[in-house]
Design a binder for this molecule. Structure first.
Ligand code: CU1
Length: 150
């Protein structure tokens, strides 16, 4: 009886965790520090569209401790971040019209929230994607892996 209960519990836990882990909508929090609340995301290609809700729970303004959420192929993070630095805050620290940028949110400061939605059509299962903050100097520590499942 105890074994059946444990198995049922494990089953529900695994269903629950797979539901929360490979989702189509994500809440990510940032603050007055260089870290995302999540460093790994798993999306399903069948989502069609994925939404990332970014919340800055700090107090510093965007000019000093701004954060955004940018997605590119992992190999493109460094060149995109460098180009974003030149683009400046008015361009959300993202190079305009750059095909290497798959999705990006605006830069927000303390107390602000934003969200970005993007299509999963252009994402390839098994490809390495990285999300990062393109505010100057942040991409080294503010980054995480995005995995695409079927
Ligand atoms: Cu940042």
């Amino acid at each position: 009886m105890k074994l059946i209960f444990s198995s049922a519990l494990l089953f529900f836990l695994s269903v629950f965790s797979s539901l929360t882990y490979a989702a189509c909508s994500f809440d990510i929090e940032v603050g007055d520090y260089l870290r995302f609340s999540s460093t790994a995301m798993s999306v399903e290609k069948s989502c069609g569209s994925v939404t990332v809700n970014l919340k800055h729970s700090g107090q510093l303004p965007e000019k000093i401790m701004g954060h955004n959420w940018v997605l590119s192929e992992s190999a493109d993070v460094q060149p995109v971040a460098t180009a974003g630095m030149s683009a400046g805050l008015a361009a959300e620290y993202v190079p305009q019209g750059d095909a290497r940028v798959i999705a990006f949110s605006e830069v927000i400061g303390g107390g602000q929230s934003t969200s970005v939605s993007f299509s999963t059509d252009g994402l390839t299962i098994g490809e390495g994607y990285t999300f990062f903050c393109s505010f100057p100097g942040h991409s080294y520590s503010m980054r995480g892996l995005l995995t695409v499942k079927a």
